[in-house]
Design a protein around this ligand. Structure first.
Ligand SMILES: [Zn+2]
Length: 748
């Protein structure tokens, strides 16, 4: 779903108080009190949209007959209203079906999601909406740049499915598009299912149990005396063995079997490449990448993606070589001259030796720093309450002057109890226990900014990854027009930050939930997305916060991760025992960029692979048209890319049959690195105390990583615009120049 997909509201308005008034329903939305309300609200939303559609239909016909009757900008806002009405329900449904404690709620939300997804496809192919948009597009000269961005992004989204084509061609496009979707679904299903236990690695039992105690192994592993068979679907176990086993033979066996699994996806992928290519050329694009990239930062130009990736390759080359040489040196020391692969780093060596060297380096660092009270990196724990109260709260206050205040919730608005609003709270740890929490954001001049819920602990039936969900997008009040004013007040965003922390708040032994350093980093990442939503002030909800191009949208979240590596910030959230040991913080920070060369090289390789599969570009810049994409064999090409970039590869393996991003990002995987580069550039140029004065010049000196001046700049030049402004311009404004990869590999 694109045009009308992903964030908003209208029939559901925000409650004015936080009291337990009976009108406040789930997520503090009105009209959402019981599971069946989801269906009711979906019907209402569709009815409201249909009214707006006929209104738009009548005015567009009137416009063509009698000249200018309706203001083009009003058409644009009506289109945004339609999107807003649908998104307000479907986004709430998306969060509910992924996280609600009650299966009745989850089922109703899934049903609502299905109904509205179908309705969205109808909207995306509504020719009269498209003609209404054409009136706006024709008056480009009278539009503000944000209005034009809205109009052109809607146009691109409409045309992605061929609405501008003649009727019979449109039908053909629909058929091709359905084919693409079913292949995408099949690929993802195969990734999730794995080989359904049909493929095993057989290993010596003693070798395995040295690393993983028998009782941690799945009970289904057939026990055959001195050997044991482990299913290739057991990713965690196999990857643990790859990282920790000193036996090269075992690592090789595990690596080969694991990376030859899900072979069924090879055919699916090849069919998908062909199907996407056919669909895109039918729509008039040169290839799928061209279609995908047109409304991204690179503006449809895969050459730019390639230049970026090649630049990054060059910058990181020396670091990559040094790291690989180090691995080879250590491998020779550890394995001696006995192995046949003595002089090369094999694919199954990389996870093991990087892990070994990292632990060794951390230990050395620790000894250098004196080791204080003898703490080790693995002992590092942070306190959730400190992260929320002293970390996040302080961060938004210092950076932006924003107050983040925890407020009470009505029992009706929470989703961590099976029967909200009743006494049955069996599913969580009491009223202030492990459940959902609610925070309001407020700025002295800007006024209220929105609401963030935190839902951080695992629950039966809950989404297992970390994510930021938009429940409602924000947008500015709608400008006055002659007709009825739909949005008189600022629509404030409501977001939810969802995680599954291993430790619980009611754990008496630890005095509250404790976090690993990785969990701190993850929470800050998602908090970055939440702030993007909460701090944006766009005229259209369709352009609010995170609804920005995907090659830019990870910039604020990657940016926030940097605080997890900043001693000044870590001291705020560290347990007091750690504060006594300065060495441990320095050790932690020094491990951050270990094997960065290898990590980034791997990501570049995957991004190049993704571009090549769905585009017309092959590595080293030579342009080749894919005459017949079905002749293109992905495994051979995967091997070739490894060879060209000196990355170890094992003959016949096809890790990419597990690479779900080929489906979800197809031709957009580079966006992950793209955003990382921007985030680090902003961090080094504007925030990092060590470099900001050097890079930004004397006038810009400061000694505070949470500098209000730089925070305000980030807000007013970037976050406030959400997706309403060209990210290239926003980045230039924040940095004072175009972003670049020059210092990406420098340690600072
Ligand atoms: Zn993210």
């Amino acid at each position: 779903r694109y045009f009308f997909g992903g964030g908003g509201t209208t029939p559901l308005s925000q409650s004015k108080s936080t009291s337990s008034s009976s009108s406040v329903g789930l997520y503090s939305l009105e009209g959402l009190h019981q599971p069946s309300d989801f269906i009711q609200l979906s019907k209402q939303a569709m009815h409201q949209c249909d009214t707006l559609r006929s209104y738009l239909y009548s005015i567009t016909t009137a416009n063509s007959d009698n000249g200018d009757i309706i203001h083009p900008v009003e058409i644009l806002h009506s289109l945004d209203d339609i999107s807003n009405i649908v998104c307000s329900v479907i986004d709430a449904a998306e969060l509910c079906r992924s996280t609600h404690a009650s299966s009745a709620w989850r089922n109703a939300a899934s049903e609502s999601f299905r109904i509205l997804s179908d309705y969205i496809s109808q909207l995306n192919s509504d020719v009269s909406l498209y003609s209404a948009l054409q009136i706006v597009v024709k008056s480009k000269d009278t539009l503000t740049s944000e209005e034009w961005r809205m109009a052109s992004s809607l146009k691109a989204e409409f045309e992605r499915d061929g609405i501008h084509l003649p009727q019979d061609q449109r039908q053909h496009v629909r058929m091709l598009s359905n084919n693409v979707v079913s292949l995408e679904t099949l690929f993802m299903e195969n990734v999730t299912k794995g080989d359904c236990g049909t493929k095993n690695v057989t290993l010596k039992k003693d070798d395995v149990t040295q690393i993983i105690p028998l009782h941690y192994l799945p009970p289904t592993s057939p026990d055959e005396g001195s050997t044991i068979s482990i299913s290739t679907d057991e990713s965690t176990i196999l990857n643990t063995l790859l990282r920790h086993s000193h036996d090269p033979k075992l690592r090789k066996d595990v690596y080969m079997e694991y990376n030859k699994s899900i072979a069924s996806n090879l055919d699916v992928l090849h069919a998908l490449i062909t199907a996407r290519h056919e669909l895109s050329t039918e729509l008039g694009f040169t290839c799928y990448a061209h279609r995908f990239l047109q409304d991204k930062m690179v503006g449809g130009d895969s050459k730019q993606v390639n230049i970026f990736l090649q630049n990054l390759l060059k910058r990181g080359d020396e670091m990559y070589r040094r790291e690989m040489e180090m691995i080879l040196r250590v491998k020779k020391q550890v394995e001696g001259a006995s192995g046949s692969d003595y002089n090369v780093v094999e694919a199954w060596d990389v996870p093991f030796y990087t892990n070994l060297i990292k632990s060794h380096q951390a230990l050395q660092q620790q000894q250098q720093h004196g080791g204080g009270n003898g703490m080790h990196l693995s002992d590092l724990q942070f306190n959730l309450e400190k992260l929320v109260q002293k970390g996040m709260t302080k961060l938004v206050e210092n950076l932006f002057g924003i107050h983040m205040v925890e407020v009470e919730m009505s029992p009706y608005e929470r989703w961590d109890i099976e029967h909200a609003g009743t006494d049955d709270e069996s599913n969580h740890g009491g009223k202030n226990g492990d459940g959902v929490r609610k925070f309001e954001f407020h700025h002295d001049e800007e006024g209220p900014l929105g609401t963030m819920y935190l839902d951080l602990h695992p629950r039966r039936g809950k989404y297992v990854h970390a994510a930021h969900f938009t429940i409602r997008c924000g947008c500015k009040p709608r400008p006055q027009f002659s007709s009825e004013n739909k949005k008189k007040q600022h629509q404030l965003p409501i977001v939810a930050l969802v995680c599954n922390l291993a430790s619980r708040s009611d754990d008496i032994n630890t005095g509250g939930a404790i976090l690993s350093h990785g969990e701190v980093e993850t929470l800050l990442h998602e908090f970055g997305h939440a702030l993007h939503s909460l701090l944006s002030r766009t005229s259209f909800q369709h352009l609010s916060g995170t609804r920005a191009p995907i090659d830019f949208v990870e910039t604020p979240s990657h940016f926030m991760e940097h605080f997890a590596w900043e001693p000044q910030f870590l001291r705020l959230i560290a347990p007091s025992s750690m504060l006594l040991d300065e060495g441990i913080l320095s050790t932690l920070v020094s491990t951050r960029y270990a094997f960065r060369g290898i990590d980034v090289r791997t990501q570049i390789l995957y991004a190049l692979f993704d571009q090549a599969l769905f585009g017309t570009f092959y590595p080293h810049g030579q342009q080749q048209q894919q005459q017949n994409p079905s002749l293109f064999h992905s495994t051979q090409f995967f091997a070739l890319l490894h060879q060209q970039h000196n990355v170890p590869y094992a003959e016949g393996t096809h890790w990419h049959t597990r690479f779900g991003h080929l489906v979800t990002y197809g031709a957009g995987y580079y966006g992950y690195l793209y955003s990382q580069v921007f985030a680090l550039d902003i961090w080094k140029t504007r925030f990092a105390v060590a470099t900001s004065d050097v890079v930004a010049g004397d006038d810009d000196k400061h000694d505070d990583v949470m500098s209000r001046r730089e925070g305000t700049r980030l807000w007013k030049d970037m976050l406030i615009h959400g997706g309403g402004k060209d990210p290239n311009v926003m980045l230039r404004d924040v940095l004072g120049r175009a972003p670049n990869v020059d210092t990406f590999f420098d340690r600072a």
